[in-house]
Every structure is written in structure tokens, then in C-alpha cells.
Ligand binder design. Structure first.
Ligand SMILES: N[C@@H](CCC(=O)N[C@@H](CS)C(=O)NCC(=O)O)C(=O)O
Length: 256
């Protein structure tokens, strides 16, 4: 169920002739806020959180993010958190109905709360295609970009050969997207869907810091698509103005 608080607010003040707050509507509003809250435990700068924030903007659902990292907790607070998510991982969603883990399950739950939104496909086949890209992103793409990401962030040492292999593997996976985008403006259907939200949220970091002109040459459709989607207002509200690397970030340990 979607409730726009601004609509509730305007009703409170407009539906009585004296312009006095209507106490019943005020109570109604408090109940709605209490029963609809969705709180995400996570780090707001992570792609898994950003995709949730963008989707919530598209469907008009309020979610709040509580900055939380499992490794920065005391034993007691981690034990408490594991009651919400026994894996002890983020993001974890808390709702009045209970808690949810797995970022794509959370993503679907947020958008299903507005069943009029076409962001999860217009028919069953589109929904299945969207699911395909969500799974592919988490199971295939993620496994090829994490080795690259760890080196870029300095968590893994730079070794020329293995880094170049990892980059090549990533490029191969990105070509799959690039082929799809030859004929299609978006991954599924003719408007932004949660498939685009999930994938572009992950790619944002790479376009900003790593995918320089040379890297982008073999994936021109993906680049154009990235520019289109990342320039949508709801994306800019979360990521800011999209920036595309002219030169890749120098890597620690590499002779550039
Ligand atoms: N498949 C899960 C993966 C969740 C996951 O691995 N989260 C990482 C952060 S991105 C985490 O919680 N790490 C905490 C830790 O390793 O202690 C999802 O998509 O939600």
C-alpha cells in the first residue's frame, strides 16, 4: 500500500473550513506512519542500498536507512541484529510484518507495495525477464566485478596478469548487456524497471572510476544506456550527477 504523506497532510489542512488540523485525520496519519515504516539496515553508499532507495523513489514509498555495518557492532548488538537476519548481512529490511534479507527480495517487496507501478514489468514475461537480470546481476555479474572492485579499492593487491584477466572477464559479461542494448533503450520493456535500477546502481562506481574511454569502446550501447538511465531524476537524487571517467583511477601498486 502506498501512502503519500504530503497528500495526507494536505487533506488534514484542507478538509475543514476553519483550516484547523482535523484530529481524526491526524490520528489516521500517525497510524499510517506507524504501520508503513520500512527501515533498511545498511550502508547508504553501497550499491545494494542505493538500488533500494532509487526504487522507493520511483514507487513513492518512504524508506529510511539506518547506517549499520555488521563488523562494527559489539557482540551483543550483532546477536540482536541476527534476530533480524541470521546471516548477519546487510541490507536487511525491517517492516511491521517482519524482517527480510537478500537485497533483490527487498527490492521486489518495496516495489510491490505499489501494484500500479510498471517498474516490475507490464506482464508476466516482462516480470520474468526482470527476474532474470536481477539474478544474473547478483550471481554472474557480481562474481566477475568483485575481484576487480577489491583491487580498485585496495583490499586486494594489484597483480598485473590476474587484474587484466579479471577486467577481461568483466568486459565479456558487459558485452552481454551491450548486445541486449543494441535494440533496446532499457533492459526490459520501454521504461525504467528494477532490472535497470539494480544493474545501473552497480555500474555507477565503475563508470565513475574505472571505465575510461578505451574500456568503453567495445561497449558503446552500454555507455549510452548508462548515461540515459543515470540521468533520470530519481537516480540523480541518490547518486548525484553522473560522472564518467576520462582516465581510470590509478591503482595502488600498478605502474601507470
Ligand atoms: N546476496 C546478499 C549479499 C549480502 C552481502 O554480502 N552483504 C555484505 C555487504 S555488501 C555484508 O553484509 N557484509 C558484512 C560482512 O561481511 O560482515 C544480498 O544481495 O543482499
Amino acid at each position: 500500500m502506498v501512502v503519500s504523506y504530503s497528500k495526507v497532510n494536505s487533506k488534514i489542512y484542507s478538509e475543514n473550513q476553519y483550516n484547523q488540523p482535523n484530529i481524526f485525520l491526524l490520528i489516521f496519519k500517525i497510524i499510517i506512519i506507524k504501520t508503513n515504516f520500512m527501515k533498511v539496515y545498511s550502508l547508504s553508499h553501497s550499491a545494494r542500498t542505493q538500488k533500494l532507495q532509487i526504487a522507493a523513489l520511483y514507487v513513492g514509498v518512504d524508506i529510511s536507512v539506518e547506517e549499520f555495518h555488521p563488523r562494527q557492532q559489539t557482540e551483543a548488538s550483532l546477536a540482536e541484529f541476527k534476530k533480524k537476519n541470521p546471516n548477519g548481512l546487510i541490507p536487511t529490511l525491517e517492516t511491521p510484518e517482519g524482517c527480510l534479507y537478500e537485497s533483490n527480495a527487498i527490492l521486489r517487496h518495496i516495489v510491490r507495495s505499489n501494484d500500479k507501478a510498471e517498474i516490475y514489468g507490464k506482464n508476466d514475461f516482462e516480470k520474468a525477464l526482470i527476474d532474470q537480470y536481477l539474478d544474473w546481476n547478483n550471481l554472474t555479474l557480481e562474481s566477475v566485478y568483485v575481484p576487480v572492485l577489491l583491487v580498485v579499492l585496495g583490499y586486494a593487491p594489484y597483480e598485473k596478469e590476474s587484474f587484466e584477466n579479471a577486467l577481461e572477464t568483466l568486459k565479456k559479461a558487459l558485452r552481454i548487456l551491450d548486445d541486449r542494448l543494441k535494440q533496446n533503450k532499457y533492459l526490459v520493456g520501454d521504461t525504467v524497471s528494477i532490472a535497470d535500477i539494480a544493474i545501473v546502481s552497480y555500474l555507477a562506481f565503475f563508470f565513475r572510476y574505472l571505465f575510461d574511454e578505451k574500456f568503453r569502446k567495445p561497449v558503446p550501447n552500454l555507455t549510452k544506456y548508462y548515461e540515459t538511465v543515470a540521468n533520470e531524476e530519481n537516480f540523480k537524487k541518490v547518486f548525484g550527477r553522473p560522472v564518467i571517467a576520462k582516465v581510470a583511477l590509478p591503482l595502488a601498486g600498478a605502474k601507470n
